[in-house]
Design a protein around this ligand. Structure first.
Ligand code: 2M8
Length: 437
């Protein structure tokens, strides 16, 4: 059974790999290359097809703009089964955007640094992989320079995101607090996602109006970062995004040390790390909730909800061991229990929790993968084991879905996975988790 499933995971990834040298997250629903998906996918490929892993990352990094920015979607084809596509985003408005690929003008969590390190960890031929990393690593460093120079207006060591799609956790109830501060016009557009997936599992039309409106403001300003910082109604310091940046900084330090030379870059990375980690702990930790939370930089206030992102700093070694204990207690207290799989994407004790809807409660395998490794970092072996066991059990029971109900007992509803099926990062990280003790 396990062997069969492993083969199935490989088949999912191989079927989603495209001629252009990239992998779609899921056929129909997501027909292009997504930034953080690509990183997770490359980790899966590294276990059985190193060349595909390298190609995935090479193609993603090839989409980099002249200012170091790496976009969230690279539109390799003219496929019109996804909205909003290249014609809506118009990345060409930015003077330094890629001349080779059309893309969005927003980004996604900075996974590339730690992905290169994972690829090196997994590779059997370390020399060959290090040669590949030597070719690509400066692009990732330049991407981090972009973040610190353009996304940190107060010089705090914490970068902002200007759109919920930059977070990756697109429909999180956290964003409801921002939507309450906005009143966008109603847009006329044809949704494509709801032709592939039941509408009850996806964001609402009104939520999409907000998403499009923020992009319109950015477009009116040619995606200029300074203008976006000044005008975007959405400007948030996200713990998941910043934890991944910090994790990738650390990976770059260790990889540059392996490569040798590059002392100046290592020095810069160490300075970023010291500042970012201190600010992160000071500004984003909510003592009363016992968890890290998002900060609304536009309206200068914390958004006090607990999400699976609240625990992601474990992955980047951000909390002290004492604080890590507090975090794990919060996780087990609110998200744990015999009747639930770990780890819901949103606080199950909160009124906004919805176990079936996109990022409003279901379990996501990429989050579980990060939390599994984060728990191991701090030697919470039992909880880490449970995180891994639950992830594998969900996939074994339902298949390689995009997300899963965290409830073990769904009453009269037939339990199933949700969203897209044959989903690439669920397959890729299943492969990695079964190979990691
Ligand atoms: C989902 O996001 C896209 C927009 O980027 C969408 O809903 O159309 C999110 O889960 C995001 O994190 C993910 O990268 C993307 C592709 O899997 O799908």
């Amino acid at each position: 059974m396990k062997q069969e499933l492993y083969k199935k995971a490989i088949a999912v990834l191989d079927a989603n790999f495209q001629d252009g040298g990239f992998t779609i997250p899921s056929a129909g629903l997501y027909p292009f290359q997504w930034k953080w998906d690509s990183g997770f996918i490359a980790i899966g490929f590294a276990h059985y097809d190193v060349e595909k892993a390298k190609t995935e990352m090479r193609t993603l990094l090839d989409s980099q703009w002249g200012n170091g920015f790496i976009p969230h979607i690279v539109f390799h084809t003219d496929n019109d089964s996804y909205f909003p596509g290249a014609d809506f985003h118009q990345s060409e408005l930015h003077p330094l955007s890629s001349k080779k690929y059309r893309s969005t003008g927003m980004t996604q969590p900075p996974v590339s640094g730690f992905v290169l390190q994972e690829m090196h960890r997994i590779a059997e031929d370390k020399n060959d992989m290090l040669n590949f990393i030597k070719e690509e690593i400066d692009k990732v460093f330049d991407n981090h320079v972009y973040f610190y120079e353009n996304r940190d207006p107060k010089d705090e060591g914490l970068v902002y995101i200007y759109h919920n799609w930059e977070s990756g956790t697109d429909n999180s109830p956290v964003w409801d607090d921002i939507w309450d501060t906005m009143n966008p016009p109603e847009y006329n557009f044809v949704r494509k996602d709801t032709t592939h997936v039941d509408a009850s599992q996806r964001p609402s039309k009104r939520e999409y109006d907000h998403y499009l409106y923020i992009i319109d403001i950015a477009k009116q300003n040619n995606y200029d970062d300074g203008k976006i910082a000044e005008l975007s109604p959405f400007l948030v310091q996200d713990p998941l995004f910043n934890a991944m940046l910090i994790k990738s900084n650390q990976a770059l330090i260790e990889l540059y040390e392996l490569i040798g030379g590059n002392e100046d870059k290592i020095k810069t990375l160490l300075q970023w790390q010291a500042k970012s980690i201190a600010s992160f702990n000071e500004k984003l930790f909510d003592v009363e909730l016992g968890a890290y939370v998002h900060y609304d930089l536009r309206n200068e206030k914390a958004i006090r909800h607990i999400t699976s992102s609240s625990f992601s700093p474990l992955f980047a070694n951000i909390p002290s061991p004492e604080r890590a204990k507090v975090l794990v207690n919060t996780m087990m207290d609110k998200f744990g229990g015999d009747d639930r799989y770990l780890c819901a994407s949103f606080d199950p004790t909160n009124d906004r929790f919805n176990p079936r809807k996109y990022w409003r409660g279901p379990v996501w395998i990429n989050m579980n993968w990060m939390l599994f490794l984060g728990l191991k970092n701090y030697d919470f072996s039992n909880v880490a084991e449970q995180m891994k066991k639950d992830s594998i059990e969900l996939i074994e029971r339902y298949g390689f879905y995009e997300y899963f109900d965290c409830r073990k007992d769904t009453g009269n509803e037939k339990p199933t996975g949700y969203g897209g099926n044959n989903f690439s990062w669920s397959a890729a990280l299943y492969i990695d988790m079964v190979n990691t003790d």
